[in-house]
Design a protein around this ligand. Structure first.
Ligand code: ATP
Ligand code: MG
Length: 340
């Protein structure tokens, strides 16, 4: 009797244990599935976040490219409008200057006539009248200062003409195909339009090779890349304080079938721990409103992706930074279809 009861209970316990085992195994499998699903979900969330960030970066680059294009177009429009009046002012100033030089010859002849009359006591009334007029108009001052004023005005209008020409070259609206360009000239134009950014705290030194062949490039885009690097160099020098004048060096040389462009500054340098991030879109160490962190990423795209060149740098904290741009002199034909 006891034995039967014992056997029944043992069977029941075994069945319960087996049942529990099956349930535990099912639970374990469900747990594993849940873990896999959670993992997949994490991966998916991460992927979506990265995709969103990429889309945002692309959107921002597009907005910036459109903004730059429209700024470039208005600059080109303004430059075009200014061209004729500046030419005009320059021509008229040159005319005034040469006319004044002619009048000066006449005045010198009048001077010697007046002197002779005065020495010989001739025409005293007329001579006195001339003296009165000369004094009233401050003739001596006018004769010394007027030619100087004309020369300075001509110099100013020539500077204006140079800036306008540089704006024109620089912002030439979307030259969409590769063309042979003098890189030295493009650098000079870029330095002219960006002068306000560097002239207060940097001395400019240029070392342009005079044996560069024309480089096949998209001049608008390349000018933009040069500008970004020059502005960065100027602000790196600027961070060392207003009294600490630095040197901005821009140079070119020919190395085989590659043109090498150097843009160096004696600014704050790039600390080693951020050097690997400077080409990342939106990476900036500048304050809000001072930098968007786009300059180097755009320059990289222009030089490396569009022109099949190279953009590298060397930097020492507190000593300065040198960016090197390498551009092939010739572009392969299939590349000539790309634009930014
Ligand atoms: N010549 C340089 N000297 C020192 N630091 C530099 C130099 N060039 C770039 N950097 C560093 O790299 C960062 C990224 O440069 P980038 O030109 O991409 O952006 P930004 O200058 O900060 O902003 P933006 O160019 O959009 O106005 C800068 O914030 C700066 O920290
Ligand atoms: Mg910048």
């Amino acid at each position: 009797m006891y034995r039967r009861l014992f056997e029944r209970e043992r069977r029941a316990r075994k069945e319960a244990e087996q049942h529990l085992e099956i349930k535990s195994r099912a639970l374990h499998l469900s747990n594993q599935k849940l873990a896999d699903l959670t993992n997949d979900l994490h991966v998916e969330v991460k992927r979506t976040k990265a995709e969103l960030a990429r889309q945002k970066a692309l959107e921002n680059q597009l907005i910036l490219a459109q903004k730059m294009e429209s700024v470039g177009q208005s600059a080109a429009g303004v430059a075009h409008e200014l061209n004729t009046p500046i030419q005009f002012v320059n021509d008229n100033l040159n005319f005034l200057k040469t006319s004044f030089e002619d009048i000066e010859q006449l005045l010198a002849a009048v001077d010697s006539l007046v002197l002779r009359c005065r020495n010989q006591g001739m025409l005293p009334k007329q001579i006195a009248a001339i003296d009165t007029v000369a004094e009233a108009i401050d003739l001596d001052f006018v004769r010394t200062e007027a030619p100087l004023a004309a020369s300075q005005a001509i110099e100013g209008s020539q500077t204006l003409a140079r800036i306008v020409k540089a704006m024109n070259v620089f912002s030439h609206p979307g030259t969409e195909s590769f063309e042979p360009v003098c890189v030295n000239q493009l650098l000079r134009s870029t330095l002219t339009v960006s002068r306000a950014k560097w002239k207060y705290h940097a001395e400019l030194e240029t070392e342009f090779s005079d044996s560069l062949p024309p480089v096949s490039c998209l001049p608008g885009e390349l000018g933009q890349a040069f500008l970004n690097l020059i502005v960065n160099a100027a602000s790196a020098i600027g961070t060392r304080g207003p009294t600490n004048a630095g040197v901005l060096t821009v140079g070119t040389s020919l190395q085989g079938d590659t043109v090498l462009i150097q843009i160096s500054d004696t600014g704050c340098g790039i600390p080693p721990e951020i050097q690997h991030r400077v080409f990342d879109p939106f990476f900036t160490t500048k304050g809000v409103g001072e930098g968007t962190g786009q300059g180097l990423s755009i320059s990289y795209r222009i030089i490396v992706e569009l022109h099949r060149g190279a953009l590298t740098f060397e930097s020492d904290v507190d000593r300065g930074t040198t960016f090197w741009i390498r551009l092939p002199v010739e572009q392969k034909p299939e590349l000539e279809k790309s634009t930014v």
